[in-house]
Write a protein that binds this ligand. Structure first.
Ligand code: FSO
Ligand code: SF4
Length: 546
């Protein structure tokens, strides 16, 4: 049967090969194809901005922001709204036409076809079918182009969150656009694209540093925090995704209204920031990782605000109480817009909450987190002593994502099977596989140290570099740290590329290796970086822990 779409960007892709009829994530073929066109025109405008920079001409901040939001929109589970995606394509084309006018005739003549495309909305569906992943025929070139593009999507997501806090890094933006444009360049060889992949990792580190600076300068450094996972008696609003600025605006607007705010999934680490502790109505974290939202959003009873991915297509029972903002979108769910620096109006959500029942309790107790870089540095002496005395034998980085695949129970079992003298370092929604297991502590140091969101993997890298310095080692791979990372979507790709750039070797990646790695590209990663998959808990404990 003829493909209706082709997407293989996430870990849950159909048959570990590609979604061709409809997305496992719920993405319909027409939306998947239109996302391909959005990526294509975003690459096109990036070729234009890159050419403008080469001529010494400035590119406006708004254009950088548009490019980042476009890419973020196409991340797995972020936006399912055909009309919203079509509108972004139209806006991009119109801005690109303006920019083309600023470029010399000579530079225009050298632009790729994507930079010159200027179709009308009626043509989008037809055009979309010709610009997808499979339009690159050579499988290694395709694999590298997609690996770079997915890494850039992750980088764009992190940039977007920093931009929302009015922090920009024009070098990151310029690289992101240059690299996007390079994925259109047929003259680049496999070796060129491998080099560009590694360079993407460098900017991944810079992008995560930018976001870390944006978050900590606005909200303070994360600190050890016990987060309540039970509920109160007031009506509540559940906020999910990664955007802390949206959370801040929601907390400001719900103050004194009798409505509580709870976090879900990747918003949990917001509780670790000192700034948010001043809100009495910031009640706790409700539920688990993104893929459990169907049951948990139903029992929450109140409105839900999705600030980013990961959206599961909502059930009718709560669809009318689900709202989106930023790059997120779902047809039939109200989208609340707002420019950076402006206050978004969440009054409709708050009014709705007032008429809803309080959340139904699904758990009680607390979970502990807040082990980002400054908090861990504050504990450095204790940690170093524990390593020197042999109380801690190994750190196991188990950051990344959670997902619905049954095979992910591996991570729960792996965490349980780890010897008691090991400490798990985590970030991202991967933690939900083991953060309620009560794995105990080592001399007061919890055995699960949660740094925060997936972007806070940056903290884990800083911690590793600090330990390298303290132990006076030349190579970060000589530390007693092993990596068993789970991935799901494209933010995990930039985290992986960033770790590779920092020289980390022998990362184990699961539950399956990316379908977008061709055998040859996978080989490059295996040979140069020792990347490996996972096998079973027993063998992996033996090989990783010894
Ligand atoms: Fe998870 Fe989703 Fe943070 Fe991802 S909620 S899977 S890598 O969006 O971004 O860890
Ligand atoms: Fe399939 Fe993942 Fe693409 Fe969704 S994002 S269509 S599940 S590969």
């Amino acid at each position: 049967m003829e493909n209706k779409m082709f997407c293989y960007q996430c870990q849950e892709t159909a048959g570990c090969a590609g979604c061709t009829m409809s997305g496992v994530c719920g993405k319909k073929p027409e939306v998947a194809n239109l996302q391909d066109l959005l990526v294509y025109v975003t690459k096109g405008i990036s070729a234009v901005t890159t050419a403008l920079r080469a001529e010494g001409k400035a590119v406006a901040e708004d254009v950088n922001h548009l490019i980042s939001v476009n890419l973020f929109t196409t991340i797995t589970n972020a936006n399912f709204d055909y009309d919203a995606i079509a509108a972004k394509i139209e806006e991009t084309l119109s801005i690109k036409e303006e920019l083309l006018g600023q470029l010399s005739a000579e530079a225009r003549a050298n632009l790729p076809e994507a930079a010159m495309y200027n179709g009308a909305k009626a043509d989008f569906d037809e055009k979309a079918k010709t610009v997808g992943v499979l339009s690159t025929e050579n499988e290694d070139i395709r694999s590298l182009r997609e690996l770079i593009t997915y890494g850039l999507k992750g980088l764009a997501a992190y940039s977007k969150h920093a931009n929302a806090l009015l922090k920009d890094n024009v070098e990151v933006d310029a690289f992101l656009q240059k690299a996007l444009a390079a994925t259109l360049d047929d003259s680049l060889s496999v070796d060129d694209l491998v080099a560009l992949t590694l360079e993407t990792g460098k900017y991944g580190v810079d992008g995560m540093a930018l976001l870390d600076e944006a978050n900590t300068s606005a909200y303070g450094n994360p600190e050890i925090t016990q987060v309540n996972i039970g509920v109160r008696n007031n009506p509540g609003i559940l906020i999910s995704g990664h955007d802390l600025k949206d959370l801040e605006m929601l907390l400001e607007q719900t103050k004194g209204t009798g409505v509580d705010v709870y976090t879900h999934s990747e918003m949990l680490p917001a509780h670790y920031y000192p700034f948010f502790k001043k809100y009495d109505n910031f009640a706790g974290n409700y539920g688990n990782a993104w893929w459990k939202q169907k049951e948990e959003f139903a029992s929450f009873n109140g409105p839900i605000l999705m600030t980013t991915n990961c959206i599961v297509p909502p059930a009718d029972s709560y669809k009318d109480r689900m709202f989106t903002t930023g790059a997120a979108g779902y047809p039939g769910c109200k989208h609340i817009d707002g420019k950076y620096g402006e206050v978004k109006d969440f009054s409709e959500i708050i009014e709705m909450a007032k008429n809803c029942q309080a959340p139904t309790e699904i758990e009680t107790g607390t979970i502990t987190g807040g082990f980002a870089h400054e908090q861990v540095f504050a504990l450095a002496d204790k940690v170093v002593d524990a390593v020197k005395s042999g109380a801690i034998k190994k750190f196991v980085v188990m950051a990344g994502c959670d997902g619905r695949a049954k095979s992910r129970s591996y991570y729960t079992e792996f965490a349980q099977a780890l010897p008691k003298d090991t400490v798990i370092l985590t970030a991202g929604c991967a933690k939900y596989k083991y953060n309620k297991l009560d794995l105990g502590d080592i001399g007061g140091i919890p055995r699960v140290l949660d740094a925060g969101q997936c972007n806070d993997s940056y903290s884990l890298a800083l911690i590793a570099l600090k330990l390298k310095e303290v132990f006076e080692l030349d190579d970060v791979n000589d530390l007693p740290i092993v990596y068993n990372i789970s991935w799901y979507e494209q933010k995990a790709v930039i985290v992986l590329l960033a770790l590779l750039y920092l020289g980390v070797k022998n990362i184990h990646l699961g539950p399956t290796l990316p379908a977008f790695l061709s055998p040859n590209v996978a080989n490059v990663l295996v040979e140069n970086f020792g990347i490996a998959g996972i096998t079973n808990v027993e063998d992996d404990i033996k090989s990783l822990i010894g």
